[in-house]
Design a protein around this ligand. Structure first.
Ligand code: KG4
Ligand code: ZN
Length: 329
C-alpha cells in the first residue's frame, strides 16, 4: 500500500492507495476554513493549520482504508511547487513516517499529481495525451508522451485561471473561493451583455494571460454609478466566466491539434467548472477527441492523485531521502 500526503496549499490531505496506484482506498481532505475571513490563503496560517491537522488526517486516511501503519510499503509526498511552509509540514511528516518504519519515500511534483488524477479516473488511460491543469495557483498545458514523460507546452504569464476567478469574484463582492461563486452568479446572467478580452487569443503560442481580463472588469465597475453594479453582477459574472473558459478551451484544443493527441485531460480546481466541462464535452466530441475530466474530488487538491503519480516517480530508498526538502517553485 502507498500512503500519500499533500499539503502544498490550504488543504491537508492524506490517502491510501493499492500498490498499483490506480485504486484509492481512502482520500481524506481537510479544507482549512481559517482563510475564509481573509478572502484568500494566508501562507503562515496554512502552515500552522497543516501542523495541527496532519496527524488526524493521516489517522483518518488509514482508518477509512481499514489499514494500519504496518500495511504501508511506501510513502509519497508533494515536495513542490507550493507554499514553502505548507509543503514543509507534509514533507516532514512523510519523512518521519517513512524513516520510523524504514520505508522508501517518493517525492512527487504537485502538477504531475494533478495530471495523474486522470489515471485514477480512467485506469486504462494510456498516453499520449495533452493535459490542462487549471487551479488557483497554476495554469499550464502539458504533453504526456507514450513513455509518460511530461513536457510543458505553455503556461500563464500572470495570474492562474482560478486566481483570476477568485480576484474577479472579489471585485464583484462575491464569496471565496471565487470560481464556484462566479458560476453561481453567472447562472442568471446574460453572457453577451458585456464583452471581456480573451488573453493571447490570437497569439500562436500555448500560453495564457488573465491580467487584461481583470483590468477590464475593474474599469467596467469604475464606470458604473454607485449602486448600479449590484444589479449587473450576474451579467458581469457570466461574461467574465465565459472569457476565462474560452481562453482555456482555445489553447487546450490548439495543443491537442499541434500534438495530434487523441485524448485530452483537464484537472485542477477549475476543472470543476460546469461551463468549461460542457464546452469541452461538445468540442471534443465534434473533433473525435477523448475527453477525461476526473470527478471534482480528484480535480481539487487531494492526496490520492499524489499516490497515483508516485507509481511513475523516482523512489528513494531508506535512508537516502533525509536531505529531501520542499521547494516553492
Ligand atoms: O486545485 P485547487 O483546489 O487548489 C489549488 O491548487 O489552487 O483549485 C482551487 C481553484 C480556486 O481558484 C477556485 O476558485 C477554483 O479552483 N474553482 C473553480 C470551481 N471550483 C473551484 N473555478 C471555477 N468553477 C468551479 N466550479
Ligand atoms: Zn493544486
Amino acid at each position: 500500500m502507498i500512503l500519500a500526503i499533500e499539503t502544498s496549499c490550504d488543504d491537508t490531505c492524506a490517502a491510501v492507495l493499492a500498490p498499483d496506484g490506480l485504486t484509492a482506498l481512502s482520500n481524506v481532505v481537510h479544507t482549512q476554513t481559517e482563510h475564509l475571513r481573509y478572502g484568500g490563503v494566508v501562507p503562515e496560517v496554512a502552515s500552522r493549520a497543516h501542523l495541527e491537522r496532519m496527524d488526524g488526517v493521516v489517522a483518518a486516511a488509514l482508518a477509512e482504508a481499514g489499514v494500519g501503519f504496518g500495511d504501508i510499503e511506501r510513502v509519497a509526498v508533494t515536495v513542490r511547487p507550493g507554499l514553502i511552509g505548507a509543503l514543509l509540514v507534509g514533507v516532514s511528516a512523510a519523512k518521519g513516517i517513512a524513516y520510523a518504519r524504514r520505508l522508501p519515500l517518493v517525492p512527487v511534483n504537485h502538477l504531475e499529481g494533478h495530471v495523474a488524477a486522470a489515471y485514477l479516473a480512467r485506469p486504462d488511460l494510456e498516453p499520449p495525451f495533452v493535459a490542462l491543469i487549471a487551479s488557483g495557483g497554476h495554469t499550464a498545458l502539458y504533453h504526456v508522451a507514450r513513455d509518460r514523460s511530461m513536457e510543458l507546452l505553455g503556461e500563464t504569464l500572470d495570474d492562474a485561471a482560478g486566481e483570476a476567478l477568485d480576484k474577479g469574484a472579489r471585485m464583484l463582492g462575491l464569496g471565496f473561493p471565487g470560481g464556484p461563486a462566479i458560476s453561481k452568479a453567472a447562472r442568471t446572467g446574460d453572457v453577451a451583455k458585456y464583452s471581456f478580452p480573451v488573453g493571447l487569443k490570437d497569439k500562436k503560442n500555448l500560453d495564457f494571460s488573465f491580467s487584461g481580463l481583470k483590468t477590464s472588469l475593474l474599469y467596467k465597475l469604475k464606470k458604473m454609478e454607485p449602486g448600479e453594479a449590484r444589479g449587473e453582477v450576474p451579467d458581469l459574472a457570466a461574461g467574465y466566466e465565459a472569457a476565462v473558459v474560452e481562453a482555456l478551451v482555445r489553447k487546450l484544443l490548439r495543443a491537442a491539434e499541434a500534438r495530434r493527441a487523441p485524448s485530452v485531460v483537464v484537472a485542477g480546481g477549475v476543472a470543476a467548472n460546469a461551463l468549461l466541462r460542457r464546452t469541452l464535452e461538445e468540442k471534443c466530441h465534434r473533433r473525435g477527441l477523448d475527453l477525461i475530466v476526473p470527478p471534482p474530488e480528484l480535480c481539487t487538491d487531494n492526496a490520492a492523485m499524489i499516490g497515483a503519480a508516485a507509481v511513475r516517480s523516482r523512489v528513494l530508498d531508506f535512508p537516502d531521502y533525509l536531505s529531501v526538502t520542499a521547494r516553492s517553485v
